[in-house]
Design a protein around this ligand. Sequence first.
Ligand code: GH3
Ligand code: MG
Ligand code: MG
Length: 314
Amino acid sequence: YVLKEGRYSYQYAVNLINRLTKNQSIKVLVAEDSTATRSYIREVLKRNLFQVVEASDGQEALNAILADDEIRLVLTDYNMPNMDGFELVHELRHKHEKVDLVIIGLSSANESHLSAKFIKSGANDFLFKPFSQEEFACRIFQAVESMERLEEMRRAAYTDLLTGVGNRRHLIEKARTAFAQAYESGNPLALAAIDIDQFKHINDDYGHDAGDAILVAFAAQLQQSFGRFIVARTGGQEFCILFSGLSSEQAAKMVDLVRQQVENEFYQTSVGEVSMTFSAGIAQLPAENLEALMSDADQQLQAAKEAGRNQVSF
Ligand code: GH3
Ligand code: MG
Ligand code: MG
């Protein structure tokens, strides 16, 4: 890129460099039967540092996307042999929402009715051929940026702000598929409810900031120990872990190992080292739904608290 002096601001250049840096990790599929158009598009995409995959018809494009989930952007012509652009968009939208896969339809200016049809079939946008390199880049950047922004919003909606682990919404979302899979396969599924012991005292003795620092460290510890399962912060100092494939007894063994680790550990805070313990209750399927399973786990948690805390009940 050569930015003509005076025509572009410094900020424009910075934004462009950031954009191009991000483009390097985005794979774009070009579905177009005309080799001339395809190579023109490929060159513009490469100039903007995108990774490019090519297909000469809709069927080939569909196969390529099914085989490669790194493809995030599809540019598709309408008129192609085997499977046309509309069929392709239709098929892709069965599997991928607009946030996960951006589709831009390409149609000739003399086929202007196709643009609306592309959008109705599920494309995010369309472009009339022929297009200038600049217009092309602007449209692609805009589409990719709105995908990134939506992705960011979705991530934020499912993440606990303080600790960075999943939130209750994340747990509910993941539980939906985990329950269905467990019932279908007959595999066990357990849920642990974890609650820090006497956390009020920690806040009272060391201050709320120290309490927060402990929550952050503890959440990271849970994520590290149970990363292959679903970890969520479901309340102030309450966490849940969804153990797909484990019975409550198996889950309890794993949670108890972490419990022993925690009771022997000191957490670094700005006011010094703090020790703590937690209690856990574990329940397993069958249960009517996630709420019922959480309530079973909560009952076990209460039993662990009543039995003296710093223990796992199942
Ligand atoms: P128990 O052993 O029965 O669990 O006693 P507890 O003191 O931990 O009581 P409870 O589980 O009801 O914990 C509630 C306390 O957790 C109240 C509040 O001070 C603290 N807490 C909740 N959310 C946060 C938070 O985000 N940051 C901090 N620092 N403290 C929190
Ligand atoms: Mg064509
Ligand atoms: Mg507590």
